[in-house]
Design a protein around this ligand. Structure first.
Ligand code: ARG
Length: 588
C-alpha cells in the first residue's frame, strides 16, 4: 500500500490542480508544529513565484477546494501561506484497515529483489569473543532481518578469522604444553584422534599467553610464523590440530551468538578461500593489475581525486605469505562465483574503513566484481564505558561477551524479582529475554557509526528509551488481551471504528508510519530507525492506555474496536522487535 504521506500528498495535489496550480506543489509532510496541526503543506509558498501571487492567496484557493474533503478534517490557510492540516478520523481508519489486512502491514515489495550477503560477526577463532564483536553481531543480525523482511534475499556469513598468525600462535602454544602430541610427529601416518586435546577454556588461555610471549620473544614469534606457514601449506598434523581448534571454538561461538539470537547462514572463514589464492594471484598478474613493489605483489588503487593518500593494496608479502587483504579479496571472488550477490555489506569496526576502501577499489579495478555489484562498508563506532573510553572490565581488562551477558542478566534478574510475584525459575527465564533486549536495544538505538556509552543501569531500566520499556509495553498489551479472553471474549473478527479520542488518533497516526519507516530502515540499513519508531509507538500506546477505558468500556462495538487496535499495535511492535533480534516474554 502507499505510504501515508503519499496518500495525503495525492489528495492535496488534486486540490492544487483543481484550484489551477501544479499538483506537484501538494507535498504533505508531518507537522513540525504538532501543537497547531498534524500535517502540513508548504506548496503555496513554493508556488508564489511561479504564479506571481501571494502565498496566502494560493493557500486559500487550495483550502477552498478541500472543503468537505474525505482525507482532511481541517485545512487552514495561515499567514504567510502555510496549509495546516488535520487528517479525518474516517480516512485514517481506512488506512489502518488496509494496513491491518495487507501482508507486512502494507510494506511494498522492492521493485528489484536484491541478493545481499552480509559479512558480520567476524569472530576470531580461539580468541574469546569480546565486546568489540558484540556490535558487529548485533547490528549485522538486525540488518539481515530488516533486509529480509523488506523482501530481499539475504545471506549472513560470519567470516571467521581462522587462518592468520593467531592460528600459528595457538598451535605453538599447544605444542609447548603438550609436545608429545601425535600432531607434531612428522612421521606419523595414521589417523588422528577424534577428540580435541584441549577444552574451550584451555584454548582461551593458550591464545593470550602465546600472543603475549610472541611480543617479547622474537624466537617464539618465529616459531609461530613457521607453524602458520606449515598449517597453510598443508602439513597434515597441523591441519588436523587446526580442525580441532576450529571445532571447539565454533561450538563455543555458536553458543554465545545463540544466546544473543544471532544466527548465521554460513559459517565460512578466511581458511575457506585459501585454495583460491594462487588462482587469484595468477589472474591479477596475467591481466596486468598487480605488480611487484619492493618484493611484494601489489595493486595500485589510488585515484586522481583522492584528497588523502590511499596506499596500494598488498596481495602477497615479499615472502609470498598472504594477508588479511588477500583472503578478503579471494572471499569476494568466491562469493561472486557461488552466490553472485547484488550487494555485499560488511559490518565491521569503522577503524577499518581505509582498509575496506583499498579492498573495494582493488576488487573493482581487478574486476573481481561486476560494475553494478555494490560493496558497502558499514563501519560502527566504539562501545565506551561511562568514562568515555573503550569499555573495560572493573579490573581494566577486556570485557568478554559472555560476562557482559551474564552481568546484564543478573542486573535484570534483580529488577524483575523486586516487587514481582514470580517464581525464581520464571524470573530467571524472563530476565534472560529482557537482558537481551536491554543489550541489543542499547546498541541498536544509536546510529551505528557513532560511539556510544554502555550504561547498564540505563539500558536495563523499564522506563525511557530502552529495550525493557518496549517489552513492558508489549507485555501490557498481551495481558489486556489475555484478560479479555479469560472473560470469555474472542479476538476473531473485531471491527475497528474511527478513533474516539485524541490519544487513540495519535496512536493510529504512529501505526500508519510503519511501512514508511521500514522501507527507510532497509534502504538505509538503519536499525536505529526501527528503535526510534517503536519508542514513539510505545509512548503513543501508553498515553492512549492511560487515557482510555478498554476492558471497562461498556459499548461493545467500541470495546471491540479498541481491542482490534491493541492487536494491531502488538503485532507491529512484535514485528519490529523481531527484526531487531529480540523477543517479548508473556509476563514480566
Ligand atoms: N576478524 C576481523 C576482526 O576481528 C573482522 C572480520 C571482518 N570481515 C572481513 N571480511 N574482513 O577484526
Amino acid at each position: 500500500m502507499k505510504k501515508i504521506l503519499e496518500l495525503l500528498s495525492e489528495e492535496m495535489g488534486k486540490a492544487f490542480e483543481t484550484a489551477g496550480y501544479d499538483a506537484a506543489l501538494g507535498r504533505v509532510t508531518i507537522s513540525n508544529r504538532p501543537d497547531l496541526c498534524e500535517y502540513q503543506c508548504n506548496g503555496a509558498m513554493a508556488g508564489a513565484k511561479q504564479y506571481k501571487k501571494a502565498p496566502i492567496a494560493i493557500a486559500s484557493d487550495v483550502a477552498e477546494q478541500l472543503k468537505g474533503s474525505r482525507a482532511f478534517s481541517e485545512v487552514q490557510a495561515v499567514a504567510p501561506g502555510f496549509l495546516n492540516l488535520k487528517i479525518s478520523e474516517k480516512y485514517l481508519l481506512e488506512i489502518i484497515e488496509t494496513m491491518a489486512s495487507e501482508p507486512k502491514f502494507g510494506l511494498e515489495q522492492p521493485e528489484k529483489k536484491k541478493k545481499i550477503i552480509i559479512d558480520y560477526g567476524g569472530a576470531n577463532v580461539a580468541k574469546p569473543l569480546h565486546v568489540g564483536h558484540i556490535r558487529s553481531a548485533v547490528i549485522g543480525e538486525s540488518i539481515k532481518r530488516i533486509c529480509r523482511y523488506a523482501g530481499h534475499e539475504v545471506i549472513g556469513d560470519v567470516h571467521l578469522g581462522d587462518w592468520g598468525l593467531q592460528m600459528g600462535l595457538v598451535i605453538t602454544g599447544v605444542q609447548d604444553r603438550q609436545p608429545d602430541l601425535v600432531y607434531f610427529d612428522e612421521k606419523y601416518q595414521g589417523e588422528y584422534p577424534k577428540e580435541a586435546p584441549f577444552t574451550i577454556s584451555e584454548l582461551e588461555e593458550i591464545y593470550p599467553a602465546a600472543s603475549a610471549k610472541s611480543k617479547e620473544d622474537p624466537e617464539y614469534k618465529a616459531r609461530a610464523m613457521e607453524a602458520t606457514f606449515k598449517l597453510q601449506s598443508g602439513v597434515r598434523g597441523y591441519r588436523a590440530l587446526w580442525k580441532h581448534i576450529l571445532n571447539v571454538s565454533v561450538e563455543d561461538l555458536r553458543k554465545n551468538y545463540g544466546s544473543l539470537n544471532v544466527e548465521f547462514d554460513l559459517w565460512k572463514g578466511e581458511s575457506d578461500v585459501h585454495d583460491l589464492i594462487p588462482e587469484m594471484v595468477t589472474y591479477m598478474k596475467d591481466n596486468g593489475y598487480a605488480h611487484i613493489s619492493e618484493g611484494a605483489l601489489v595493486v595500485d588503487v589510488k585515484e586522481e581525486t583522492d584528497t588523502k593518500e590511499i596506499p596500494p593494496c598488498m596481495i602477497l608479502k615479499s615472502d609470498g605469505a598472504s594477508l588479511y587483504n588477500t583472503t578478503d579479496l579471494a572471499t569476494i571472488m568466491e562469493r561472486m562465483r557461488l552466490y553472485h550477490p547484488d550487494q555485499i555489506i560488511y559490518v565491521v569496526d569503522k577503524r577499518q574503513d581505509l582498509y575496506f576502501e583499498q579492498v573495494f577499489r582493488c576488487a573493482r579495478k581487478t574486476k573481481l566484481v561486476e560494475p553494478e555489484t555494490e560493496l558497502k562498508f558499514l563501519g560502527f563506532g566504539t562501545m565506551n564505558g561511562s568514562d568515555g573510553k573503550p569499555f573495560k572490565t572493573r579490573d581494566g581488562g577486556v570485557m568478554r561477551l559472555e560476562n557482559l551477558i551474564r552481568e546484564t542478566k543478573d542486573e535484570m534478574y534483580k529488577k524483575i524479582r523486586e516487587g514481582r510475584q514470580m517464581s525464581e525459575e520464571e524470573a530467571r527465564q524472563v530476565a534472560e529475554q529482557v537482558a537481551v533486549s536491554a543489550l541489543k536495544y542499547g546498541d541498536l538505538s544509536n546510529q551505528a557509526s557513532k560511539d556510544y556509552i554502555f550504561d547498564i543501569d540505563r539500558f536495563t531500566s523499564f522506563e525511557g528509551d530502552t529495550g525493557p520499556y518496549i517489552l513492558y509495553t508489549i507485555v501490557r498489551i498481551k495481558s489486556i488481551l489475555s484478560k479479555f479472553k479469560e472473560q470469555g471474549g474472542s479476538l476473531e473478527g473485531l471491527k475497528l471504528l474511527p478513533a474516539g479520542n485524541e490519544s487513540e488518533k495519535a496512536l493510529e497516526m504512529e501505526l500508519v508510519q510503519f511501512n514508511t519507516m521500514m522501507q527507510a530502515a532497509a534502504e538505509e540499513t538503519a536499525p536505529h530507525k526501527v528503535c526510534a519508531y517503536i519508542y514513539d509507538l510505545a509512548n503513543a500506546f501508553n498515553r492512549f492506555y492511560h487515557e482510555t477505558k478498554i476492558l471497562g468500556e461498556e459499548d461493545v462495538t467500541r470495546k471491540e474496536s479498541l481491542l482490534a487496535l491493541l492487536v494491531l499495535t502488538r503485532d507491529v511492535l512484535k514485528t519490529c522487535i523481531d527484526v531487531l533480534g529480540f523477543n517479548a516474554p508473556d509476563k514480566m
